[in-house]
Write a new protein. Structure first.
Length: 366
């Protein structure tokens, strides 16, 4: 049973666009609705302003974020935030979501937490989220990376896991799920795999069950040093911006966000579109949409689908592209939708770059 003397801490790892945030919010809602448990969240990103943080807060959850680098390079800040949340909100569970390109989470975050803070946090077995619709694209028959734009990172994330959650099972057939499981098994023999989808919440109770159990992370970290990780991260351009918006008329957020995503699809080959997220919100409503490859998905909405009051637009894009070109493209696409939908936009924050190599504060290895 849950030990109230310690805060239960769940790390949800996995690659960009795997569905980590959607799963985190589904878990948080389920924990509150069915079990009366409070959940707080800690998001993580290289950028300056996060779609997921804003949407999570708008959904009513105590949410903090660590920006400008991974949990591993900001380990002390992560611990400080987790402690502050534990004291101020007294959650039963904290869900922490590392950056989608994070590697060696077990070695550089979880193992140090287990060693230095055993009396404060009960760390759930490290859980990695795998997107069924893309899993086979990054695993060869031997369970090794294939030659694609990015692949070594997702494979390593599987190797690092103690549990695997397959998301988006509603987008593939049963034969493909069986094949995915076999290939994950070839990478990490014996790992427990749970299937789910955001549409039907399959097996959400099974996930909640191990989160609320006494099970803790015990795996010895593999601590893999791999130059491919840095090379793959350097291929990605990261663009983040926030804009204050003032509509001159009622604006359909679905239409506006879809137009923006279609603009990205027209500019980039689907193999280079790793993950794009956009949030439009006002005091009366909000809608969040994402793009992975050539698939647009509505991640969540509350209130009306129309925005009539001043609010904000937040955009996060992770695309295989030089940052300078990516920044130019994104600014032009935002300007285009501003004109088409008669929405005045003033950019308040912006950052565009390629991630630098990580420098973990701690690194444990077998």
């Amino acid at each position: 049973m849950l030990n109230r003397n310690k805060t239960r801490l769940l790390f949800l790892g996995g690659y960009l666009g795997a569905g980590k945030t959607t799963l985190a919010l589904n878990l948080a809602r389920e924990l509150k609705k069915k079990y009366g448990k409070l959940t707080s969240l800690i998001m993580n990103d290289q950028g300056c302003v996060l779609v997921d943080t804003e949407y999570s807060r708008g959904s009513g959850f105590d949410t903090r974020d660590i920006t400008g680098g991974c949990f591993c390079t900001n380990f002390d800040k992560f611990v400080s935030d987790a402690r502050a949340i534990s004291i101020s909100s007294r959650p039963d569970v904290i869900i922490a979501e590392p950056i989608g390109t994070s590697t060696n989470v077990m070695s550089s975050v979880i193992a140090p937490l287990r060693l230095f803070y055993p009396d404060e946090f009960s760390v759930v077995p490290y859980t990695v989220v795998v997107d069924c619709s893309r899993a086979l694209d990054v695993l060869s028959d031997e369970g090794k990376p294939v030659a694609d734009a990015v692949n070594a990172i997702p494979v390593h994330q599987i190797k690092d896991a103690e549990k695997i959650i397959l998301t988006k099972i509603d987008l593939v057939n049963n034969e493909k799920i069986i094949e995915i499981k076999k290939k994950i098994e070839s990478v990490l023999p014996g790992v427990e795999i749970i299937e789910t989808s955001s549409s039907e919440l399959e097996n959400i109770d099974a996930i909640v069950s191990f989160v609320l159990s006494d099970a803790v992370s015990t795996r010895i970290p593999i601590g893999e040093q791999n130059e491919e990780f840095a090379i793959e991260k350097a291929k990605l351009g990261w663009y983040s911006c926030a804009c204050d918006i003032v509509p001159s008329e009622s604006v359909d957020m679905y239409s506006l966000e879809t137009e923006l995503m279609k603009g990205v699809m027209n500019e980039y080959d689907e193999n280079f579109v790793v993950h794009v997220k956009v949030l439009v919100e006002s005091p009366e409503s909000a809608a969040k949409m994402s793009l992975v490859g050539n698939t647009i998905h509505v991640d969540g909405v509350y209130g009306s689908r129309y925005v009539r009051m001043p609010g904000k637009l937040i955009l996060n894009a992770r695309i295989v592209s030089p940052p300078r070109i990516l920044g130019d493209v994104m600014r032009r696409l935002v300007s285009n939708i501003s004109s088409k939908y008669r929405v005045a936009m003033v950019r308040t924050e912006e950052k565009c770059f390629s991630p630098r190599p990580e420098s973990p504060a701690y690194f444990f290895s077998e």
